[in-house]
Design a protein around this ligand. Structure first.
Ligand SMILES: NC(=O)c1ccc[n+]([C@@H]2O[C@H](COP(=O)([O-])OP(=O)(O)OC[C@H]3O[C@@H](n4cnc5c(N)ncnc54)[C@H](OP(=O)(O)O)[C@@H]3O)[C@@H](O)[C@H]2O)c1
Length: 283
């Protein structure tokens, strides 16, 4: 069996990637930070520790690495997202492993007024987006053959564990959280299984390198996304109408990803959120 190493294997995306990799016949090993995942052999690893990353990747000698580990907030975000990603890239390169680095649509401000293509220059407006944007050249410098898979809001949908985005919309619809979902921030939500399959496919290819947009097919506002999430649950307890409002300054705006290149390259269909989150009747 060919070995696949998944960083962040206890995270929302990492768990799905590890599962997909195993289902597709890879020998999957994971890395985790504070909490170990179940169902996959996993090593505790802080990606900020360059020596530990190099030693683990060299010892495991995977054919491919999918790097999902990151931190969205806090002081550690830059060290994890930029330095950590560069450590993983250098270690994968030294081991001769293919690398799929998970990046984000948050690297864009979304001022072009059209779907964003791989050639569009990053212009992040949030501190998190800046770390993901700075990670990309650092990863490519360490591993010129790396794929930078830029993705969007990740969700599970029917029969799948809800992602934090879904949890938030459902809590708001139960009246437990007061949230104004942005009406003017547009993204390309992607189903976690579709995305995991795409990343595992990319791990098994040898040709493509550089940025690749891997989002779902339907661009929607944050408010429409939240409404689709709630409608798809069709649950009696979710009765509060969701409220929309403009995003405050300093938020990304129109950031749908043009994923046509990925769609031509991959077997998996990157379904739109309106297709996946079909409304269910309550009861
Ligand atoms: N979620 C989205 O909607 C979204 C949108 C666009 C792009 N992305 C990208 O998708 C990737 C995965 O997102 P996700 O939602 O699956 O994230 P997640 O559930 O928060 O998982 C991230 C994992 O990274 C681990 N981690 C944090 N600090 C670490 C460190 N210093 N060393 C090693 N591991 C560390 C965390 O472990 P601990 O919790 O144990 O610290 C966690 O299990 C990220 O690269 C993110 O930028 C996500």
């Amino acid at each position: 069996m060919v070995k696949l190493l998944v960083t962040g294997a206890a995270g929302y995306l990492g768990r799905a990637v590890a599962e997909r990799g195993a289902a597709d016949g890879w020998e999957v090993v994971g890395t985790h930070h504070r909490h170990a995942p179940s169902g996959v052999r996993s090593f505790a690893l802080d990606v900020r520790d360059a020596g530990a990353v190099a030693a683990l990747v060299l010892a495991e000698a995977p054919a491919a690495v999918i790097h999902t580990a990151y931190r969205q907030h806090g002081e550690a975000a830059r060290a994890v997202n930029v330095d950590g990603a560069a450590h993983v890239a250098a270690a994968a390169h030294a081991a001769g492993a293919r690398l799929v680095h998970v990046s984000s649509d948050a690297i864009f401000a979304g001022v072009a007024g059209r779907p964003l293509r791989e050639e569009d220059p990053p212009d992040p407006v949030t501190p998190y987006g800046a770390t993901k944007a700075d990670a990309e050249p650092a990863v490519l410098a360490a591993h010129p053959g790396a794929v930078l898979a830029r993705t969007s809001l990740i969700y599970g949908g029917p029969g799948v564990e809800p992602s934090p985005h879904e949890e938030l919309a459902l809590a708001a619809a139960r009246g437990e959280r007061e949230v104004a979902f942005f009406t003017d921030e547009v993204r390309s939500p992607v189903q976690v299984g579709d995305l995991a399959t795409a990343l595992v496919e990319l791990a098994g290819m040898t040709t493509d390198a550089g940025p690749l947009h891997v989002g779902g097919a339907d661009p929607v506002s944050r408010l429409e996304f939240a409404r689709l999430i709630v409608a798809a649950r069709g649950d009696d307890q979710h009765r509060i109408a969701l409220v929309g409002g403009p995003a405050p300054p300093g938020r990304p705006r129109h950031c749908p990803l043009d994923s046509s290149r990925a769609q031509r390259l991959l077997h998996v269909r990157l379904r739109g959120v309106r297709e996946v989150l079909q409304p269910r009747s309550p009861g």
